[in-house]
Design a protein around this ligand. Sequence first.
Ligand code: PHE
Length: 444
Amino acid sequence: MSIKPREHWSSRTGFVMAAVGSAVGLGNMWRFSYLTAENGGAAFVVLYLVVTLLVGLPILLAELVVGRGSQRSPIRALVHFGGRAWTPLGFVFVAAGFLILSYYSVIAGWTLRYAGIVLFSGFDATIADRFEDVASGWDAFAFHLLFMAVTVAIVAGGIKSGIERSAIVLIPALVLIVCGLALYAATLDGATQGYAYYLDTDFSKIRSLRVLKDATGQAFFSLSLGMGAMLTYASYLGRDHHLPNESVVIASADMAIAFIAGLVVFPLIFALGLSDEVGGSTVGALFITLPHAFAGMGAIGRVVGILFFAALIVGALTSAISLLEVVVASAIDGLGWSRHRAAWVMGIAIAVLGAPSAWSTEVLGVIDQIANNLFLLGGGLALALFVGWVMKDPIAEVRAGAEGIRWFFLWRTFLRFAVPVGLGFVLLQAVPDTWNAVVKLFES
Ligand code: PHE
């Protein structure tokens, strides 16, 4: 048992920036835009927003409550409120951190690589065909290692001087860049078609369970839910914070950035007449179509490309930090390791685990499905049941710092019934889909 007082964020802004940093990342730009393209545009966006509000927000508040209430890393936090029987769920959270970071960092590595290309030589017309070279093999692995090293160095720096300090600089920069790019994209010739593709709603498209599954998975991934990342960050909070307000701010920022990223991506694609390429989209869509677009835009494409990849790198970094922090905090609390040791040992283990994803984008895609469909959705379901039924008086914990509010019993009722039923329903689709993806990978 550690008796050292737990390090806390130095200010509300510090916590909010770090949490928004966790939420905003590749999920908002890479994943959001390829899923939107795959699922027919705005209908998917609407569904994703609805799921974020109805399911994401209550679970986000639940994570904050368990984290701040326990002042512990995930495994211990669950045991603290629920007893030893909940240890396995804590381990599932930590395993999810391992798994997600292992491929997330590979994608971040592609981003670094593209940033380097656009910075030093600019893209040329063949860039779209070279995606596989960039995305797999030794090069991909090397850039993945580089990205992991930066992540580890920041997490080793601690809560205030590592995580908080980097987020306070990086997140405003990211917001500025993404908004600036959206304004620029609005001036392009193809902007109107891009917006039409993105924002015209064909509600018949969202009547399939598969789209609902993708939207729910995306809501969880994008808000960093279901694996204890928000829980861990909240464990460094004092009891004077207004948790419901914090969760609304975090979720709004996350949705806003995803939405604005769409306003960048779709006009760019349509301006260059590349919409057919998106049709056959895979995990690589953003990395194939956009560099192609930048290449077609001449000198200005180089500036836009640099800014775009800079925003992606920043988003990826602040999210990767939160993924690693789940694992590191657990090693510090559970094994009594120093932060420095925990960050490096766990970081190296995760870097090695990323090797299969670095060598095959198919493997990467399947691991992304496993992580999302099984770990995050399953973790979210378990957490809703935990706070809804097991934890004693979570409402008292929300009240600390948020006195006056009276509707909390609704939140708990939601966690007890609506959220588990909804997630259970989505898992009915998610589990067989994931199974099929795994089988397909082994057959190929
Ligand atoms: N929310 C991050 C993103 O959108 C990814 C993430 C998932 C981070 C789970 C932490 C935990 O890119």
